[in-house]
Design a protein around this ligand. Structure first.
Ligand code: C6P
Length: 407
């Protein structure tokens, strides 16, 4: 069924406000998406009616909170087509999910001389944990280069892969460029050398159908807040046999089976990786975000976003001085650009004065910016609730700003 934009927008209270005297045009969805009313209601309902600690209490509220919490795990399992709930671990975000793998899988399985492959277009969250690990273990971090359009050079990837490669940790969709990487092929090739593959799904899980069994990835990391859910909640998917082979992440309550001063035995997965009282309210509220996406349907969402992307790409491309950064053939609805001779931050400020919210700067991808020889970009990122008339507002504002410079 075609998406009814008015209906969708009515579900998001935050969109209906003025910023700097202009109607808000929210185009910073790659940073975080807005939350539908149902998510906000679920948060307050939880604290009003169900608040309780989970997995421990013998009383009704604790039982109810536990059931609601675990229901989200089931919905996530279905959302990414994992085999079982035990493969879904709750974390604080994509960043913590990747750090968890570095601290556990990395601690146990990466040794001196091993090689870890990442690409030029990684977010800092998928660079720094591996640098830290490689430094500690005397392992080697290698970088897969990209072309001028912002696409991975697959023949260079082939050359880098060898029997020392233990892990390929790769972004599925670039936050700064929008590039969709050929991850299925990357995973197949890495597996031929026995390497494990972690997908950074922070940007892909909101736009694409991410099916972990079909992709055959070993890990997938993503964040609820980019999927219309609350901040401070992340997900790590891992294959059962790998998760079971990894040591725990943090020690504390919940992650144990039995503790004595002589020895502690650990809980089964996923609880082995979830020490302490978790982010119960946000996990429960995230259900409503997943229901929102499932109700619309991923393919209709993608269609709507692709439509906005091609509309905006065409119109912005006509503006004199507009320099797109990231022109991959396969892209999600992210447009990164510079205006000739203008600092991205200045452009962002002028857009904000028009009520338009975009992100400017390096987007936590400094090595990628260095690859393009720039300090940063202006990034407009569209979600399913954005409209063509909002894009018209963006295009008119960018054209006006470009004219100031071209005068
Ligand atoms: N990118 C952006 O504006 P957290 O902060 O843990 O939820 O997600 C980190 C992260 C990891 N990988 C990718 C590809 C990402 O895009 C992000 C978050 C935001 O682009 C905030 S820096």
């Amino acid at each position: 069924m075609p998406i009814n934009l008015e209906d969708i927008r009515s579900l998001f209270p935050i969109l209906h406000q003025e910023v700097n005297g202009k109607p808000l045009v929210y185009l910073d969805n790659a940073a975080t998406t807005q939350k539908p009313q149902a998510v906000l209601d679920a948060l307050s309902n939880y604290y009003e009616l169900d608040n309780s600690n989970i997995h421990r209490g013998a009383h009704t509220l604790a039982d109810r909170a536990t059931r609601y919490y675990e229901k989200t795990r089931t919905l996530i399992k279905e959302y990414i087509n994992a085999k079982e709930e035990a493969e879904i671990i709750f974390t604080k975000g994509t960043t913590e999910s990747i750090n968890l793998v570095a601290a556990t899988f990395g601690r146990k399985f990466i040794t001196k001389g091993d090689e870890i492959l990442i690409s030029t277009m990684e977010h800092h969250a998928n660079i720094v944990p591996w640098q830290m690990l490689c430094e500690e273990k005397e392992a080697i971090l290698k970088i897969i280069p990209i072309n001028d359009s912002g696409e991975i050079l697959m023949e260079e990837f082939d050359k880098l892969l060898n029997e020392n490669t233990k892990l390929v940790s790769i972004v599925h969709v670039s936050n700064a460029l929008g590039t969709i990487n050929p991850v299925k092929e990357i995973i197949q090739k890495a597996h031929r050398f026995g390497a494990k593959v972690l997908l950074d799904g922070a940007q892909s899980t909101s736009h694409l159908d991410v099916n972990v069994q079909d992709l055959d990835c070993d890990f997938l990391a993503f964040s609820a807040h980019k999927l219309f859910g609350p901040t401070g909640l992340g997900i790590l998917y891992g294959k059962r046999n790998i998760l079971e082979s990894m040591p725990p992440y943090q020690g504390g309550g919940e992650m144990i089976k039995e503790v004595t001063f002589a020895k502690t035995t650990y809980n089964d997965i996923p609880f082995k990786f979830e020490a302490g009282t978790p982010n119960i309210a946000d996990v429960i509220a995230f259900q409503k975000a997943l229901e929102f996406i499932n109700d619309l349907g991923k393919s209709d969402i993608k269609k709507q976003e692709d439509d906005l992307l091609s509309y905006a790409t065409d119109l912005l491309g006509e503006i004199k001085g507009f320099i797109p950064i990231g022109t991959a053939k396969d892209k999600v609805s992210v447009i990164s650009f510079n205006l000739n001779g203008m600092h991205p931050f200045d452009v962002g400020m002028m857009l904000d004065a028009n009520g338009i919210a975009v992100r400017t700067g390096h987007h936590c991808t400094q090595p990628l910016m260095q690859r393009f020889g720039i300090e940063g970009t202006v990034r407009a990122s569209f979600s399913v609730y954005n409209t063509k008339s909002e894009i018209d507002v963006l295009v008119a504002a960018v054209a006006k700003i470009a004219k100031i410079k071209n005068k």
